[in-house]
Every structure is written in structure tokens, then in C-alpha cells.
Design a protein around this ligand. Structure first.
Ligand code: ZN
Length: 465
């Protein structure tokens, strides 16, 4: 085998939307691009417990962005001996720190709760990682500048470019010498679009020989033009019933966007004033970080910026657990925005327990709900759901906001690719469910004539020559 080959191995997000983790080997070097945890059904989450063999042998990890399905496994590899650098942008480092600290708290609390109640199938229940593991992990972050090649050694270099998904998110590019010329491999990470009202969109890439491309919405087209109208209608509906609108939202990215849109509707008097509670300490911290990285924020002539939108007098930050519980006693109309976005845990669960059994209320999804999550079950119209070991009746109306996504849809993905001056000769599709992966593959082959498109299986390995 030619020793200048680069080898790719898919260790996560292979035919799934979570658990992003890809191994890149070149000569004697070995890196991971992203290191995320799985979310969703138990069988999938169980994979988070599996040890990555030889974690101590990796020379480093490169993070595309902060979301936990791309970063949540970092403390786990540190637990297993990894001590290399974790390269990312400054904003990604800042956001990942708060996400990991929060994840450790949840892990520790859940384990303690399960041990108290005897719920766990393992005795005693052990957290996936602890705050101590996270503290070790945070020490390993190495911030790198965007748009500049950095030598990793042995003729392998890396570069980060803006991908427009969340604050700090980046494409990861590798340049390597094959002995037969220099080649480029690009990871899209989560590919953004120019739709975000808050952050700048993805940059165009002009060439890449190989591309690892996400396909979350490979079979869908977002209708962003409907978004404000739908949000207006839902708010009017909940107000007429004096109900509560509960919006589960990712703390990083989505919460900030939702606030922006609600502020816009309030300011333009498209909706009457109503209180909006942001019940996610993490979202509040993330919002502060967004304010600190102004160079990432979008400035549109004639439109109000993201920062002033946050000053809306109707917005109330809910910090303490007591204040969060006190919301249960309040009656509508009001809006509660809380995390986690896919209902995998967090304060959103106690709001759902309180609000789902009443048909006055509306649960509004504002982000992708992976197969097998509580979110997907509710979207599919389940009439009873188990929360904290209790069966909760679902009488509230369940809606999904169209067109609010931090991921490019299938059309936007094709448009982004059409800016390449030289299209990749080989594309690997990951981070998608089967139908989305197949649909995107079809589009790439038929609209861009890219014949070499693979959909890797978990553990599958490819040699790039
Ligand atoms: Zn993401």
C-alpha cells in the first residue's frame, strides 16, 4: 500500500444524525474530526458507553463545532487516556466548554437520581463522564485561526473555514501530499445556510478532491418564507386560548434565533405583547458568548441586529431551578423556551409534564427531531409519553415550525456545491438517516454528475489515494 495514502474511518454519524466521529490517518499520524455522543433511542445511546480503542494514540481532535453530537464524547476519550490537542475556533471552544460542563452536570445528576430511585439497570449507575473529566478536557483546547493552513506534521495540514451553522462552526480541510500531488479533503461538519438572521452564512469552497458531506435534510427543502407567518399564527392561536406555547430549542443557536424572530413580530406589532420566558441557563450563557464574537454576527442593512433584539422588554431570563418550577404555577398566555431541543433531558421535560395534558397549550418544535427521540414520537402524534418514569397524556397541540434550521436543505447543499470550480471526485455522505442520505446521493449524481458517492457504514474505512 502506498504510504502516502490518507485513510478515513467512520466511527459515528454513519447512517445516523448523531455521534459524529471520523478518524483520519496519514503516515504515522492519527486524528479525529469531531468526537460527539449519540442521542436518541437507548440502543444508540448505549454506544456512548463503548470505549474507543487506543484513545491515547490519537495525535489530536479537530472540532467542526460545539454541538454535543459533535463534541460530547471528548471527556470520554480523555477518561480513556487521550491527552492531545483539541483544535477549534475560539467561539467553538467557548461554546463547547459550557455545553460539556452542562452535560457533565446532567450525567452526574441522572446517575445520582437513578441510584436513589433504583431505576438504573446498572448498579450503581455511573455517569458517562464527570465534571472532573470535563475540566481535564477543557485544558486540551487549542484555538486556531480560520482561513489559515496549520501544519500538523508529516506533510499534513489543516484549515478551518466558516460553515454558517452556529457561532464558530467551521469546515475542516486537510491538505496532504500523496506523492502524486497535493490533495484536499474537506469535512462539511454541519453545513449551514445563509438563512440565519444572526450569524454569517457558509463560505464557498472552490475545490476539494474529497468531501465528507452531511445529509440531515438530504430529502427536504425548507420553506423559510413561511416561518414568520406560521410563528405569528401559532402565537395568535395560543393567545386566543390563553394557553402556553412551549418551544423546545437547542440552547446554542436555535434559542437565539427564535428570540430574534419573536422580537421582530413584537416590534412590528404582528403579535400582541406577551411574556417570553427563556428557561435555560445554558442558552443564557450561550447568548453571552454570541455577543462576544461580533465578527461572526450578520449585519443586514436596514435590519435590527441580534443584540438589540435581546433587549426586548417581554423577554425574561429564568436562571434558578426555583424560578423554573415557579413557571408551572403561571397560567397563559405566555411562551416558554427551554432545552434540550430533542427532549433528551433538561428543564423542558418538567414543562412538558405540566403543559402536555392541557389542550389549550401548544408544543412547537423548532429543530430536527432524530428518529427514536421523545421529540420524534410527539411529532408523530403519540398520545401518551413517558417522562421521568410517568405516563403523561398528550392533549396539547403539537406543531413543527417550518424552515427554521441551521442545516442546509438538499437544494441549498446542491447550490453550495455548485460554487466549487472543481467538484470533488469522491463524496462520502454521513450525518443523515437512510432516506435523506439516499435522496441526497441521487441529487448529487443526477444534478451535479458526481458519480463517486458513498454512504459509509459504521466502522467502514476508505483509502484516499
Ligand atoms: Zn450541529
Amino acid at each position: 500500500m502506498n504510504k502516502h495514502n490518507l485513510r478515513l474511518k467512520f466511527l459515528g454519524a454513519a447512517r445516523e444524525v448523531t455521534g459524529s466521529k471520523t478518524q483520519v490517518n496519514y503516515k504515522n499520524l492519527s486524528f479525529l474530526v469531531d468526537c460527539g455522543t449519540y442521542q436518541g433511542p437507548k440502543e444508540l445511546r448505549q454506544l456512548n458507553r463503548e470505549e474507543l480503542p487506543h484513545a491515547d494514540r490519537y495525535d489530536g481532535v479537530i472540532l467542526t463545532h460545539a454541538h454535543i453530537d459533535h463534541s460530547g464524547y471528548l471527556p470520554k476519550i480523555v477518561q480513556n487516556g487521550f491527552r492531545g490537542p483539541i483544535y477549534c475556533t475560539a467561539a467553538t471552544a467557548a461554546l463547547t466548554k459550557i455545553l460539556l460542563i452542562d452535560a457533565a452536570h446532567i450525567e452526574e445528576e441522572d446517575a445520582a437520581y437513578a441510584n436513589r430511585k433504583g431505576h438504573s439497570s446498572h448498579h450503581p449507575a455511573i455517569p458517562l463522564f464527570t465534571l472532573e473529566d470535563v475540566e481535564q478536557t477543557i485544558k486540551l483546547f487549542k484555538i486556531i485561526k480560520r482561513d489559515e493552513w496549520m501544519e500538523l506534521g508529516a506533510g499534513l495540514s489543516v484549515k478551518l473555514l466558516r460553515s454558517g451553522h452556529i457561532l464558530g462552526s467551521s469546515f475542516v480541510q486537510f491538505s496532504f501530499d500523496t506523492g502524486n500531488g497535493q490533495k484536499i479533503l474537506t469535512f462539511s461538519g454541519d453545513l449551514g445556510s445563509d438563512r440565519s438572521p444572526i450569524i454569517k452564512g457558509p463560505v464557498n469552497i472552490l475545490e476539494s478532491d474529497y468531501l465528507v458531506l452531511e445529509a440531515t435534510y438530504g430529502d427536504k427543502v425548507h420553506h423559510a418564507e413561511k416561518l414568520e407567518k406560521q410563528l405569528t399564527d401559532v402565537i395568535h392561536k395560543v393567545m386566543s386560548r390563553e394557553g402556553v406555547l412551549v418551544i423546545p430549542a437547542f440552547a446554542v443557536g436555535r434559542t437565539q434565533e427564535i428570540l430574534y424572530y419573536i422580537h421582530k413580530l413584537l416590534k412590528n406589532k404582528q403579535i400582541p405583547p406577551l411574556p417570553v420566558f427563556v428557561d435555560s441557563p445554558m442558552a443564557l450563557k450561550a447568548t453571552e458568548i454570541y455577543r462576544n464574537y461580533k465578527e461572526e454576527l450578520k449585519i443586514v442593512e436596514g435590519e435590527e441586529g441580534f443584540e438589540t433584539s435581546l433587549e426586548d422588554p417581554e423577554f425574561h431570563a429564568v436562571s434558578t431551578p426555583e424560578a423554573s418550577r415557579a413557571l408551572n404555577l403561571k397560567s397563559g398566555p405566555m411562551i416558554i423556551i427551554s432545552a434540550a431541543g430533542m427532549l433528551s433531558g433538561g428543564r423542558i421535560l418538567h414543562h412538558l409534564k405540566q403543559r402536555l395534558p392541557d389542550k389549550k397549550n401548544i408544543l412547537l418544535f423548532a429543530g430536527f427531531q432524530a428518529s427514536g427521540t421523545k421529540g420524534r414520537l410527539l411529532q408523530n402524534g403519540i398520545d401518551r409519553i413517558r417522562i421521568h418514569h410517568e405516563n403523561i397524556e398528550v392533549k396539547a397541540e403539537v406543531e413543527t415550525l417550518e424552515g427554521i434550521s441551521a442545516h442546509a436543505d438538499s437544494k441549498e447543499t446542491v447550490v453550495w456545491l455548485s460554487h466549487f470550480q472543481r467538484l470533488p471526485r469522491h463524496i462520502f455522505l454521513n450525518h443523515g438517516e437512510n432516506q435523506a442520505l439516499k435522496a441526497l446521493k441521487y441529487r448529487l449524481q443526477n444534478e451535479l454528475a458526481i458519480t463517486n458517492v458513498d454512504i459509509p457504514y459504521l466502522g467502514e474505512e476508505f483509502v484516499l489515494e
